[in-house]
Design a binder for this molecule. Structure first.
Ligand code: FES
Length: 86
């Protein structure tokens, strides 16, 4: 399973499939991350992805900026670690 690395926060947390999203994983570990709709529409939760890839199993309509991911609806793609600049 992939680790999710929140670089600025200094947190590395294993992805377990018990969480709905990378945002939720960060919140479980007490990170104070930005969000709005939590449904993939508003882009308030976007953060730069430094390495790794994410997937959007429930889809999204908001478009993150180039190189960013919507944390509220994303999950790691495959087993590679995902490093987020947050
Ligand atoms: S919180 Fe609105 S797109 Fe993620």
């Amino acid at each position: 399973m992939a680790n999710i690395v929140f670089k600025k926060s200094g947190l590395t947390a294993p992805w377990t499939d018990n969480e709905e999203s990378i945002l939720e994983l960060g919140e479980i570990h007490d990170l104070d991350l930005d969000y709005g709709c939590r449904m993939g529409n508003c882009t308030a939760c976007q953060q730069p992805i430094l390495s790794g890839e994410v997937d959007y199993p429930s889809g999204h309509t908001g478009e993150p900026d180039e190189g960013n991911a919507l944390l509220c609806c994303s999950q790691p793609k495959g087993d590679a670690d995902v490093v987020i600049d947050a």
